[in-house]
Write a new protein. Structure first.
Length: 106
């Protein structure tokens, strides 16, 4: 029983997709830890994080492989705000936060 070229190709594609998925999950965990630490260092309340976008084709000023995560936080423990963390090649490149209210007790 010989393995055909198509079967080898399917195995390689499956392995590549598995590695890609594993790296995306590992990256998401690293970004989650960073967002929690960022909120703690800036006296913000971390609420949640989610992957927002993966750029597969270059458009505007976005590079191929840029991953954006949306994270929710609060500065006054009453109002939620959404910030964006941009990751390129496994490294955090940019954090965009809107203007937010802060707790005067800090």
């Amino acid at each position: 029983m010989a393995i055909s070229l198509l079967e080898i190709l399917l195995i390689v594609i499956f392995c590549a997709l598995t590695v890609w998925f594993w790296r995306i999950r590992e990256n998401a965990e690293r970004v989650r830890q960073f967002a929690q630490q960022y909120c703690q260092n800036h006296h913000l309340q971390f609420i949640s994080i989610a992957r927002k976008n993966i750029t597969f084709w270059p458009k505007n000023d976005k590079k191929v492989g840029l991953i954006e995560y949306s994270f929710c936080f609060s500065g006054d423990k009453e109002t939620a705000y959404e910030g964006i963390i941009s990751v390129y090649k496994g490294k955090i490149k940019q954090i965009d936060l809107p203007a937010y209210r802060i707790n005067e007790d800090v």
